[in-house]
Design a protein around this ligand. Structure first.
Ligand code: ATP
Length: 420
């Protein structure tokens, strides 16, 4: 097979016309200023693979901020500039383009932020994670569409390999360990044998990066079509154990992830549910270690804790005699992702039936009458309002009231009883 070296046609075919036109004119504009512009990163890989991707990352051998300003002058959009990194983001209509100045990076010690200085395209590609992500496409008018493959990315794409660019890559930035696993599993590639050896050797280096960065990589995994594949592989390689030694990415978890996608309640965050499932079997102390290691935001930490709390009450939830209103009050205070985690992962089938009833029906039940209506009916403002609201909510849940008239009658009886 002749290697593909001209991507101009693919750009036309695979990208929306507006983006393709933008890239062409951006290449021209850079050339007018005596600078060379390139398309880089994941989109180049995906153009070659024929995969959909609209994340445009551009690198200019020159001043990205100045070029972004010139580009945005012709485009009615928004521009966000990060002077510190000499990068800019252009946004117009539904499109976003990232623009950076070519740079070289040096890691003073493992896991540290790199020191950065202006460089050439070859430096900018060399600082990247894997050869398949380290290709570029020229956007200058004379060479528009030419593939620039300095580190063997095309060959690795053809052989379906994830390969680092140099032996210190994982020590420089151990988040690449998680990234290697993610790309391998997403693309159905293999981590190249030498890279795999270095990855295994450098697993202890995961201790050199912050929990925030690990959390970011996990979030990326949870956005994948089948995150369970990367979690399982991370388990086999001993990467998952670095999150917490008790975590496993076995078939049980894979089934739960699959069900999580199928069930997917629109008000819930799938990524939060995945994490709650991953942590589901951890004892309280271990879960707390994970929460603080990943520096989880409050709501997500609460979801993990709630999942444990609901799990601790599964015995109670398994009582088949429970009235709907009792189920509602047992589960009502917990994050709904935590409740769903128990539906998918809880051990007791009768409890799961009650949880399902709660999630699918009970949690959206509301009385018709509001506080205002109750006051109009003669309920004294204050705690009595809450009491009456709960009374009609419970009656609705248990099916003993169905209409507004029923609710009014119930409140009337309750008022009469109170005054009598
Ligand atoms: P995706 O691969 O998830 O479709 P992407 O390839 O655009 O998206 P990003 O995470 O947006 O990946 O990063 C953009 C590019 O930056 C990558 O293609 C890679 O070249 C480079 N990159 C990102 N993270 C790292 C890292 N930790 N080390 C080196 N290079 C990185």
């Amino acid at each position: 097979m002749t290697p593909i070296t001209d991507l101009a046609v693919r750009i036309e075919q695979q990208l929306p016309a507006e983006l393709a036109d933008f890239m062409k004119s951006a290449g021209n504009m850079a050339a007018d200023g005596g600078e060379k512009l390139y398309l880089v990163g994941g989109l180049v890989r995906d153009l070659l693979l024929g995969e959909a991707n609209l994340d445009i990352d551009l690198v200019v051998e020159g001043d990205a901020v100045a070029l972004a300003r010139r580009l945005s002058a012709g485009q009615a959009g928004k521009i966000t500039i990060h002077h510190r990194f000499n990068t800019a983001k252009l946004q117009w209509r539904k499109w976003t383009v990232d623009l950076a100045s070519a740079r070289s990076e040096h890691y003073p010690r493992p896991g540290a932020l790199p020191s950065v200085k202006p460089g050439q395209l070859s430096d900018d590609l060399f600082r990247r994670d894997f050869t398949i992500n380290a290709m570029a496409v020229a956007l200058a008018p004379q060479s528009y569409g030419q593939l620039i493959d300095l580190y063997g990315g095309l060959d690795d794409l053809e052989h379906r390999l994830v390969r680092i660019l140099h032996p210190k890559s994982f020590t420089d930035d151990a988040s690449r360990i998680w990234r290697a696993v993610r790309y391998e599993q997403r693309l159905d590639f293999q981590i190249e044998p030498e890279t795999l050896g270095l990855l295994r050797r450098d697993i202890p280096m995961l201790d050199t990066i912050s929990g925030d960065r690990v959390r970011y990589e996990l979030e990326c995994i949870f956005k994948e079509r089948s995150p369970e594949k990367a979690i399982k592989r991370a388990g086999e390689l001993g990467v998952l154990a670095k999150l917490h030694p008790s975590l496993t990415g076995n078939g049980w978890l894979a089934d739960r992830f699959d069900q999580a996608r199928r069930i997917s309640f629109p008000d819930q965050k799938l990524a939060d549910l995945y994490l709650a499932l991953l942590a589901y079997r951890l004892p309280d102390d271990d879960r707390e270690q994970l929460v603080s290691y990943l520096r989880l935001p409050k709501t997500l930490a609460r979801t993990l804790r709630d999942a444990g709390a609901v799990r601790a009450h599964l015995g109670e939830m398994a009582n088949t005699e429970l009235r709907p209103s009792q189920i509602y009050h047992l589960l009502g205070g917990y994050s709904s992702e935590a409740v769903t985690a128990n539906l998918l992962a809880g051990d007791l089938p009768p409890a799961r039936r009650n949880i399902q009833l709660y999630l699918e029906e009970l949690r959206s039940v509301k009385p018709v009458l509001a506080g205002r209506d109750l006051i109009d009916m003669g309920v004294t403002p204050g705690p009595g309002i809450g009491e009456a609201l709960r009374l009609i909510l419970d009656a609705r849940l248990d099916g003993t009231v169905k209409t507004r008239r029923d609710e009014e009658r119930l409140v009337g009886e309750w008022l009469a009883e109170k005054s009598g």
